[in-house]
Structure formats: structure tokens, C-alpha cells
Design a protein around this ligand. Structure first.
Ligand code: AMP
Ligand code: MG
Length: 311
């Protein structure tokens, strides 16, 4: 059900959960300091309790409420990238309930780039907000996705379509050198260019990737089988949903999508395509193999999400 900002403030303050818009994906917001509200989020989403939540803030001053031993690099990075799709992992302040961090001694924090959600946080204080999908499924990038996932029963603040469409980059500043635990729209090259800070990328499956509990679970999966494709077939089968980004399929059909090199649009629409494929009962989604990461700052994140959807 759609609600306005003042209603969203009331619901959060009375310890309940609200669907909120962000520029990455829609989230399930709760008061980060209210244990019951945070536990409700885990239950609603069906999220394993050891997969921690990102806490969303509206000003850098709020960092001290959540973290301790905050390095200078956190402020340098925040100045360049916040509000924006970059989450920082820092040592946790004891005031943050352990349930928020899945028992970890660190906390993940981000300032989202969405005016409605920033105003909400101004009125409620820091909010935990995992991606709003049910655990394992594609994230919501529109209010209507949350209405479908929760059968219209979740109060949702509608802020339009998420402009980026993929979850934030997660950067762990407690590691030396700092390491990206989850790729997103902000890549190591951009972090270096804007701050001079060198960060490494942890490859999924490595033992270091255990630092990010979320990597242990299946993610982003539609019911349809997802596969890579590296050709344009002679005939397009009616039960396959084809997504091309570079090759030109030379045909316009409901199940043949083409982005002609526009990786921003592909990222924005990826989960919507997964959801559409399921609504229309396609058996498979075939996605053109991605080019090397130099082609776009989004390739790392797209490759991560699509590979996990393939499983
Ligand atoms: P989501 O809420 O679906 O965007 O997922 C949040 C991601 O942030 C998951 O991959 C979590 O494992 C990761 N995350 C949250 N808190 C921490 C933390 N303290 N340390 C490492 N990763 C974290
Ligand atoms: Mg998620």
C-alpha cells in the first residue's frame, strides 16, 4: 500500500517496517536502534540472521552514532561519494544492536541518494534497510515490485524507479588495504581517481570473501534459468527472453531486448527483466556475455549479479 512521508515517519517510529526508495534498489527500512523492528525486517524478508543489514544515514555526523575508530579515509570517501551507491564497513559502536550486524564487530553504513529517503532519515534517525526482495530473489527497483512481493501489504514510500538499479558497492575500511566486498556502480578506479585511495577487489569464493556474509547465499535469482549467450540465433525461441547489450539482434520483439552499449540502462532494468520473464513464464533468460571491465564502470557489478543469478 502506498503511503506518504509523514505516514512513513509514524510507521518507523512505532517500530514497523516501510518500503523505501533509493537510487540503488528499494529497501525495507526500520529504526536501526529498535531491536524488535530490525528483527521484523529479517522475518519479513526471510533473511538468514547472520547476513547483516546496511544502516542508512542522512549526514556524515551520524557516522559516530554507529561506528568507532573511524579512519580519515572514511571522511575522504564520504565527501566524494555520499550521498551515493557506496557502503563503508567500519568498526561498530556498541550502541548498534548485534542483530543489525549479524553478530559482527563491524557495521556497514551508507548515505543513499534519494531526496524522500534522506528526508525520512532526517525525521527518524538511522535506518537499517536491506534490499526489499524476499531473500534470494531479484531486488525491487520500483514500488510496484514491492507491492507484488508482499501482496500489497507492505507500506511503501513510492520514489519512482531506482536510477542505478544495482545494489551499492560495499567497501571494507577495516581491512588493510581497504577491500571491495561487493562490486557496485562505484569501482576501484573511480575511488582511486577521486581520493587517491587504493582499494582491492575481493574475488567471490576466496576465503577473504567470507568477510561479506551475504556472499554465502544465493541471490538475485528469478524462477527462469539464466544463461550467458554469445551469438544471435537464426531464430528466436518463444520461451526464451533474450537480452543483448552490444550485438544488434536486428529485430524488435517483446522477448528480444537490445541496449546497444548502454550499460547504465541495462543495469537499471536488469531485475525488472528478471521479474518480467517470470510473469510471462519464460523458461530461460539468455544474456549476452559481458565485455571486459574497461568498457564500463558497471561491468564488475553486472557480472557479479548475473553470475549469481546463473548460480
Ligand atoms: P543487501 O541488504 O541485500 O543490500 O545486502 C547487504 C550486503 O552488505 C550483504 O552482502 C552483507 O553481507 C553486506 N554487509 C552488511 N554489513 C556488513 C558488515 N558489517 N561486514 C561485511 N559485509 C556487510
Ligand atoms: Mg540483497
Amino acid at each position: 500500500m502506498k503511503i506518504d512521508l509523514s505516514k512513513a515517519v509514524c510507521i518507523i517510529q512505532s517500530g514497523h517496517v516501510v518500503g523505501i526508495p533509493t537510487e540503488t534498489v528499494y529497501g525495507l527500512a526500520a529504526d536501526a536502534f529498535n531491536l524488535d523492528a530490525v528483527e521484523k525486517t529479517f522475518r519479513l524478508k526471510g533473511r538468514p540472521s547472520d547476513n547483516p543489514l546496511i544502516v542508512h544515514i542522512c549526514s556524515t555526523d551520524q557516522l559516530k552514532m554507529l561506528a568507532i575508530d573511524i579512519p580519515e579515509s572514511a571522511y575522504q570517501i564520504a565527501e566524494q561519494f555520499w550521498p551515493g551507491p557506496l557502503t563503508l564497513v567500519l568498526n561498530k559502536n556498541h550502541r548498534v544492536p548485534d542483530v543489525v550486524t549479524g553478530g559482527l564487530k563491524t557495521v556497514a553504513v551508507r548515505m543513499p541518494d534519494h531526496p524522500l529517503t534522506l528526508e525520512l532519515i532526517r525525521q527518524t534517525g538511522p535506518l537499517t534497510a536491506p534490499s526489499g526482495n524476499r531473500s534470494g530473489q531479484p531486488s525491487p527497483t520500483k514500488a510496484s515490485h514491492l507491492h507484488e512481493d508482499y501482496k500489497g501489504e507492505l507500506p511503501v514510500l513510492d520514489g519512482g524507479i531506482s536510477t542505478i538499479g544495482l545494489e551499492s558497492t560495499v567497501l571494507d575500511l577495516t581491512l588493510s588495504p581497504p577491500a571491495i566486498l561487493r562490486p557496485g556502480a562505484i569501482d576501484p578506479a573511480e575511488i582511486f581517481r577521486k581520493t587517491g585511495i587504493q582499494v582491492t577487489q575481493i574475488s567471490s569464493g576466496s576465503s577473504a570473501s567470507l568477510k561479506s556474509p551475504g556472499t554465502r547465499y544465493t541471490h538475485y535469482k528469478p524462477n527462469a534459468i539464466v544463461e550467458w549467450i554469445d551469438t544471435i540465433p537464426a531464430t528466436f525461441l518463444p520461451d526464451i527472453y533474450y537480452i543483448y547489450h552490444t550485438m544488434n539482434p536486428g529485430i524488435k520483439k517483446r522477448n528480444v531486448i537490445s541496449y546497444q552499449g548502454n550499460f547504465e540502462k541495462l543495469a537499471q532494468n536488469l531485475y525488472d527483466h528478471f521479474r518480467t520473464a517470470d510473469h510471462l513464464s519464460y523458461r530461460k533468460v539468455q544474456i549476452e556475455c559481458l565485455p571486459p571491465s574497461e568498457k564500463s564502470h558497471l561491468i564488475g557489478a553486472l557480472s557479479d549479479r548475473i553470475s549469481k543469478a546463473i548460480g
